[in-house]
Design a protein around this ligand. Structure first.
Ligand code: DGL
Length: 266
């Protein structure tokens, strides 16, 4: 049984965790929501790298064999630093530009993500590979993370926030829209509703989480963990005894109740 650390700035990474668990139901999971420092979207890469080192030390102290950055912004800022500093595998988020580019009929794809992700070299490299073939239009999902953290996934407020980011992408002709932040899949129902109201009910939203879950399976089967350094950070948590098969431990750097409640609603 592997012990897998999964992190996000908040509850967004649970959209990745639910896909991972479908493929790997029997592993031991430690989910860490860094919600005392959420949102990550506007933070500097240096700040995010420091948070990720502290969170990785926490996972290692609890016996993690692998770490999933279930956060596009954290992946953009910190995954290279973590891979060079620690001797365990790290799996990060990939902006799903490729499936969007392959599927588009209008030749225009939209990307919704945080400012940090859109500025990151990982995304810019991916974009560079595809922009000769398709037009790529982008918007920051301004206010999306805050909605999801507050559990406001549907209703007039969510629709208003979603519409402001989605409408310009649809107006430019995007028929495939990449969800480039792990919080955004929780707004899928609202995204679809708003798109339909704007006359674009056939637009497809692409969530990279299933592909990331497959990548984790591959990484674990390659087997790689040794030389685990130790450390600690964080608060909250559930089961404190040794890891048991299929167990899920939840931790938050800030409000724990919100995470627990959101997890229970999955
Ligand atoms: N869920 C995150 C992401 O995938 C972080 C969003 C944020 O904290 O701004 O980018």
């Amino acid at each position: 049984m592997a012990v897998i650390g999964i992190m996000d700035s908040g509850v967004g990474g649970l959209s990745v965790f639910r896909e991972i668990r479908k493929l790997l139901p029997d592993e031991h999971y430690i989910y860490f929501a860094d919600n005392a420092h959420c949102p990550y979207g506007e933070k500097t890469p240096q700040y995010i790298r420091e948070r990720l080192r502290a969170i990785t030390d926490f996972f290692l102290a609890r016996g993690a064999d692998a770490v999933v950055l279930a956060c596009n912004t954290a992946t953009a800022a910190a995954i290279e630093d973590l891979r060079s500093g620690y001797d365990i595998p790290f799996v990060g988020m990939e902006p799903a530009v490729k499936p969007a580019a392959l599927g588009t009929k209008t030749g225009v794809i939209g990307v919704l993500a945080t400012a940090g992700t859109l500025k990151g070299s990982k995304y810019l490299n991916t974009k560079g590979r595809f922009e000769d073939h398709v037009k790529i239009v982008e918007r920051v999902g301004q206010g999306f993370v805050e909605l999801v953290e507050a559990g406001k996934l549907t209703g007039p407020e969510a629709e208003g926030v979603v519409k402001a980011a989605l409408e310009p992408l649809l107006a430019e002709g995007a028929d495939r829209i990449v969800l480039g932040c792990t919080h955004y899949p929780f707004l899928l129902e609202t995204l679809q509703k708003v798109a339909a109201e704007l006359g674009h009910g056939d637009v497809e939203f692409i969530d990279p989480a299933p592909a990331v879950a497959k990548r984790l399976v591959q990484v674990l089967s390659e087997g790689a963990a040794d030389d685990l350094p130790a450390g600690g950070v964080g608060q909250g948590g559930s089961a404190a005894s040794g890891p048991e098969q299929g167990e899920v431990e939840l931790f938050a750097s800030g409000e724990y109740g919100k995470l627990k409640e959101f997890y229970a609603s999955l």
